[in-house]
Design a protein around this ligand. Sequence first.
Ligand SMILES: [Zn+2]
Length: 395
Amino acid sequence: MKSSIDPVQNLAQLIACPSVTPAEAGALTAVQSMLTPLGFAVERPIFSEDGTPDVENLYARRSGNGPHLMFAGHTDVVPVGDEAAWSFPPFSAAIHNGAMYGRGAVDMKGGIACFIAAVARHIEKNGGLNGSVSFVITGDEEGPSVNGTSKLLEWAKAKGESWDAAIVGEPTNPDKLGDMIKVGRRGSLSGTITVNGIQGHVAYPHHADNPVRGLVTLMESLLYPAFDEGTKNFQATNLEITTVDVGNPSFNVIPAKATATFNVRYNDAWNDETLMAEIHNRLDKASGRSKLRPDKKSPVNYDLLWRNRPSHVFLTHDEKLIGTLTSSVEHVTGTRPQLSTSGGTSDARYIKDYCPVVEFGLVGKTMHMVDERVEIADLETLTHIYERFIADFFA
Ligand SMILES: [Zn+2]
């Protein structure tokens, strides 16, 4: 048991595994070797789906009399990028000036290392837990996210598992430990518009139908007016056009086709259906506008293709869970954390269908960057926060 009470040692072991999605690379084996001596029953299901790599996952449970708390996270990491640009090899867990360097240090092997240490300390001090703790750890968070948390939760539920609350160990703090707890996430929706025109000579535009004119008209309708001004718990819904493609190498040919792709991050004033309807409505209305196509009688001829699965907006309302975590953070750091729904999506979007979920982990400043690193002091502080949270949650 001794070995896993130190978050720094735990993290060094995890960073040493080059578990770039979808490779397991020993990372789940390391987690298993830390949890088994603490009394956890560990399973490692592998999930598959056509067109995506197989991914190994881990579910570990230590059963006790009382509520069931889930800790969720991922051991996979994003690629290192330009390895030569790193101050230390990205899987060496080098310590320099009070920080441990390595891919995954904050996103999010560090969070896992701390939660394991916190559970180990709690068990050592109290001889056990007044309830059950489960680790839901995937190797597919940074990749396609198809053979990861969503399937692992379904798999566990099919075995009869259910949970009272969950904490995700993603790096939620923008600047310093204690800044921010995430209590919800915006939804995400992407689509591609294709405008079909008629190819022709630029000098004879009346014989052609330039799809770029139509596309600009449609894009403007998505960018203005704003979808909303934000809600009590969420930022304003925002649409960004991420690419515009015509692919026309010529200066004297009007192209036949033009496309644009967009992504919307949306708040709880919408759901994916109402938002899709709003976007269709804006495009349909705009397609008849003649400002940029004064000599064209027919509306802009376009198709809209929705990309991927939308990720749903959610907000957690569990007072006990949020209150317990907030007071644990405040007790240890002296800072009252902001409750936020900002930022990108996370696997919490799957967990929210099973139990209330919040997210709290390390400082995210260096995540996905060259020289990703964590302050050693932060590892100890986060372990304290988690330990306090576990004690209060099961009290
Ligand atoms: Zn992450």
